[in-house]
Write a protein that binds this ligand. Structure first.
Ligand SMILES: Cc1cc2nc3c(=O)[nH]c(=O)nc-3n(C[C@H](O)[C@H](O)[C@H](O)COP(=O)(O)OP(=O)(O)OC[C@H]3O[C@@H](n4cnc5c(N)ncnc54)[C@H](O)[C@@H]3O)c2cc1C
Length: 384
């Protein structure tokens, strides 16, 4: 019997599942999602769950604010506690250029009524005395930011999508996409061909490989970030914000009764998921520099995951001129977890209504790279 679907989604991470859920809510037809391994086994299961409104471009702020609405009422909508903890995000600056950019960011964030404070080194020292601040020139703090559980959010979307009738096929890799006369025709697994007029690329760091199956070049590269967790360690009686030492490209936050420490971000693309001793040593050095008390901490475990980096560190969303019916939800550059609810909404609107109405996504089209219309940030993006 011929297999057909109205919409095929490739990728069972947070982005594919959010899109599946919102499409199903809009009664978009027969939706089938293919995941080559297990749901969430890609970047989603390796991310640290950061959620922030402190972005430096309007489009990212819009995605954050829209997604925040979903995170804040997640339990009511999905029946799952998202473990959303508003511990705040604290950015630290150690150069005049960083201070200048922080001030520009606050002006932009103020236009969206985001409650971000600019803090002097003295204020930082007073509120977070465990931080080394002799080289800090200032910082910004937003108490609305925080982190949530990637597996909790994923399971909310999975349950919601299944309840609304989405068919989810785990352990099934898409190995080919056929395009006929400029239109998407079908996808192929090892065993079968599924005919569908709409195919969504939600392949995370594998976006370029999936695009290649349809003859479309998608400029997304996988970059490894290593993460380490200390054993139990008491630093303060109050919650420790996700603290970003922007100068050193390092961050940390509370994780259970220990601390989560960011490790190095690879300079070159690869699919390497190993953790390395040298990375742990570099992480410890950054940690002891900014938080001297961590000299007494012990690293208990670690893991590595892949960012899906686009040339301007912004998502690539929407249609593709070379292949009608192919829809991209790629290139989140380290922000795909926190923006996944809004991405699900806008992609479902694009497919069912022909236009994304919640947020105008035209500036995130893949065509911006050919046109030289990149969405630039004032300073290289910091990726959680
Ligand atoms: C260390 C680390 C920390 C991070 N921290 C944060 C953070 O604090 N906040 C934040 O917002 N973001 C964070 N991110 C980024 C976030 O994890 C990603 O942006 C997000 O998970 C992307 O989701 P996705 O669904 O697009 O990709 P993925 O979760 O990678 O899902 C893609 C899925 O597609 C599947 N797939 C690929 N090819 C095929 C195929 N041919 N057929 C079938 N299935 C296929 C894969 O197996 C995978 O499961 C972090 C990332 C890392 C690595």
């Amino acid at each position: 019997m011929e297999k057909t679907a109205d919409i095929v989604i490739i990728g069972g991470g947070i982005v594919g599942l959010s899109i599946a859920y919102y499409l199903a809510l809009k009664k978009a037809g027969k939706i089938v999602l293919f995941e080559k391994g297990q749901l969430g086994e890609g970047s989603t299961g390796r991310c640290v769950g950061g959620i922030r409104t402190q972005f430096s471009t309007e489009i990212n702020i819009r995605f954050s604010l829209e997604s925040l609405k979903t995170f804040e009422q997640f339990e009511d909508e999905f029946g799952v506690n998202p473990e959303f903890k508003k511990i705040g995000y604290l950015f630290l600056a150690a150069s005049e250029q960083e201070i200048r950019v922080f001030r520009e960011n606050i002006t932009l964030q103020g236009k969206f009524n985001i409650p971000v404070e600019f803090l002097s080194p003295d204020e930082i020292r007073c509120r977070w005395p465990y931080l080394r601040t002799d080289d800090v020139l200032g910082g910004t703090f937003c108490p609305r930011d925080g982190c949530a559980g990637p597996s909790e959010i994923l399971s909310g979307f999975v349950n919601g999508a299944k309840k609304e009738g989405v068919k989810i096929c785990e352990g099934t890799e898409i190995v080919g996409i056929s395009v006929a006369k400029g239109r998407i025709h079908s996808v192929k697994t090892q065993d079968e061909e599924i005919f569908a007029p709409v195919v969504i690329n939600a392949g995370g760091p594998h976006a370029a490989t999936i695009g290649g199956m349809a003859g479309v070049h998608i400029p997304v590269k996988p970059l490894r970030r290593q993460i380490f967790i200390t054993g139990p360690f008491h630093l303060a009686d109050h919650p420790i914000p996700l603290t970003i030492d922007i100068h050193r490209g390092w961050y940390f936050r509370q994780e259970g009764n220990g601390l989560l420490l960011s490790g190095p971000l690879d300079p070159e693309p690869s699919f390497n998921l190993n953790t390395e001793y040298e990375a742990m040593a570099e992480t410890s050095e950054n940690a002891m520099y900014r938080v001297p008390a961590l000299e007494k901490a012990r690293i208990g475990r670690g893991w590595a995951g892949l960012y899906e980096i686009s040339p301007d560190h912004h998502a690539i969303l929407g249609k593709v001129p070379e292949a009608e019916g192919l829809i991209l939800a790629n290139g989140f550059s380290g922000h795909g977890f926190q923006h996944s609810p809004a991405v699900g909404k806008v992609i479902s609107e694009l497919i069912t209504d022909g236009k994304a109405s919640t947020i105008d996504i035209s500036s995130l089209s893949i065509e911006r790279f050919k046109k030289g219309e990149l969405v630039l940030e004032p300073m290289t993006a910091f990726k959680e």
